[in-house]
Design a protein around this ligand. Structure first.
Ligand code: 16G
Ligand code: ZN
Length: 520
């Protein structure tokens, strides 16, 4: 490491006065013009992480479903997962350092405490469609180079594509963008090759983000096996009145799809295409949402159908579903009582769900907001490869493994998962929707002076501070039939979030409002 050179580079990316960036649920996010120093420092961090682990790391410049004027950064481990939580404190320290001198001192401390070898770390960089991406990617590259590392500029990609590439690169597998399409499309083709179900056109709201171009590329590889019509492909504002977050939280039809036909199969991606929800218009005109909880249930049914045909002499693979407190109570009940699968509940954020899903042979994790995937334990994969020579069911599971992004939740591979599952059961959206009826729910956000005064425990289902808040919430919940409510500080916005569900929409709304008042 050339200290003089490092100092000079650090000086070029000064932190704006008064800006206090913090690593949130999934990295840093802020108004884009504030972020140059933060992204530069994340470049430093990921170059160091690459040296520490002896493998390539990744960095995506994106603010996901947030407005186009925001930006952010998501950091990728060599495994393709999110940055190891033990390093989040380093990310915070680096991002928050007041000046170049303080920054260099933290770097020295990092090298010493983490015992970082000297050398050149490889960091793969990608970005979404935000206009601020170009400058921020430059800042990230400068950060990597300032530590003597090698930035590999991968360009415009969905967040899950970059995660997938980092994982494949480190496993010495082909990891180009076109290999990504090839691999997930091959899995899908295998799973649907003998399906007789009539194909349905899927209309996809692409949130005016990167998903539009990438889903088009994927559909082209599927040579007619997936009929998609794309909407919000870039003609409007990014995530503006459209996208998975808008549809899931507002329960409204996205821009350009207000006039969709009753019963037409529709889906929404978010701005960086790591979230997916399905929806349709009911005969009464209202929107019916098929969210991440339902995708998890559908994935479980697909897996169970295949496992029922797998004969093996060892114990059956364990299958479990991981959710957060946002999961609709009706979905959790269905999973426990009908599917009879093990469930786990974790705090919000992929890093938490992912870790819990790894405890099963096949771990399905989905947040209600549509972020999730299906993970296969390496020992099971090995067994399946052996069984695959003689058994169709093992081949099907291996096809599923290739189709579903093993690194992180992925809306494009999620579409293939849903479409394959529906087609193999010859199901339409109604069959899927009829599995259970969601309890009415309401989400609110409360602006407070300092959201950090709210702290939680038990996977965010219980407020620990401020004192007395939880007992007031309990009191309100007691007054609502089938009521449930919780509050948590957002990890991506300066607000406290409120969730409530109850027997009727009116009761859920009332409960949410009462709880929001307790937060004030
Ligand atoms: C981020 C998380 C998402 C979570 C959301 C919660 C990842 C990759 N993304 O988008 O999983 O649901 O934050 O946001 O972890 P909140 O903390 O503002 O409610
Ligand atoms: Zn996203």
């Amino acid at each position: 490491m050339d200290l003089a050179q490092l100092m000079e580079a650090c000086n070029q990316y000064a932190k704006p006065a008064g800006f206090r960036p913090a690593y949130g649920t999934a990295g840093f996010r802020a108004e884009a013009s504030l972020l140059h120093s933060t992204v530069f420092r994340c470049g430093l961090l990921m170059a160091a992480r690459a040296l520490k682990t002896g493998a390539a790391t990744g960095l995506v410049v994106t603010a996901s479903h947030n407005p186009v004027t925001d930006n952010g950064v998501k950091l990728v481990e060599p495994t393709g997962y999110m940055l190891d939580q033990s390093w989040e404190a380093w990310a915070d320290k680096l991002a928050d350092a007041e000046d170049a001198e303080a920054l260099c001192a933290i770097i020295r401390d990092l090298y010493q405490k983490e015992d970082i070898p000297y050398g050149s770390g490889v960091v793969m960089l990608a970005h979404d469609t935000r206009p601020s991406a170009e400058e921020l990617i430059k800042a990230a590259g400068s950060g990597v180079k300032a530590l003597g590392g090698l930035p590999i500029v991968c360009g415009l990609l969905t967040t899950p594509q970059l995660h997938w590439m980092v994982r494949h690169c480190n496993n010495s597998l082909k990891h180009t963008e076109s290999c990504y399409y090839e691999e997930i499309a091959t899995g899908f083709s295998h799973l649907v090759h003998s399906c007789k179900a009539k194909r349905q056109v899927l209309t996809v709201d692409c949130a005016n983000g990167v998903g539009a171009e990438k889903l088009k590329a994927l559909a082209e590889r599927l040579s007619g096996k997936l009929d998609v019509t794309l909407r919000s492909t870039g003609e409007g504002g990014l995530n503006d009145g459209c996208g998975a977050d808008y549809v899931q939280k507002e329960r409204r039809f996205p821009a350009g799809m207000e006039d969709c036909q009753n019963g037409a199969r529709c889906a929404s991606l978010d701005g960086d295409a790591d979230r997916l929800v399905y929806f349709q218009r009911l005969p009464g005109g209202q929107l019916q949402l098929l969210d991440g909880d339902r995708i998890a249930v559908l994935a479980a049914l697909l897996i169970r159908d295949i496992l029922d045909r797998l004969s093996h002499d060892a114990a059956s693979p364990s299958v479990g579903i991981v959710q957060t407190a946002y999961a609709n109570g009706a979905s959790s009940q269905y999973i426990r009582e009908q599917l009879r699968l093990e469930t786990a509940v974790t705090a919000t954020g992929v890093k938490h769900l992912h870790a819990a899903a790894e405890r099963f042979d096949i771990g399905i994790y989905f947040e209600a907001n549509g972020h999730g995937t299906v993970l296969f334990r390496p020992a099971l994969i090995e067994r399946l490869h052996k069984l695959g020579d003689s058994q169709e069911a093992a081949k099907d599971l291996l096809a599923l493994l290739g189709m579903v992004n093993q690194a992180v939740g992925d809306a494009l591979s999620g579409i293939l998962l849903v479409e394959a599952a529906l087609r193999r059961r010859q199901w339409g959206l109604n069959d899927w929707a009829q599995l259970y009826t969601d309890l009415p729910s309401r989400q609110l956000k409360v602006k407070v002076k300092d959201r950090s005064v709210v702290t939680t425990a038990d996977a965010e289902t219980r407020a620990v501070t401020p004192e007395g808040l939880q007992s007031r919430i309990n009191e309100s919940v007691r007054g609502a039939p089938s009521g449930r409510a919780f509050v948590r500080p957002s990890g991506t916005e300066d607000v406290v979030r409120v969730y409530a569900e109850a027997q009727t929409q009116q009761a859920a709304d009332k409960l949410a409002q009462q709880v929001a008042r307790h937060v004030h």
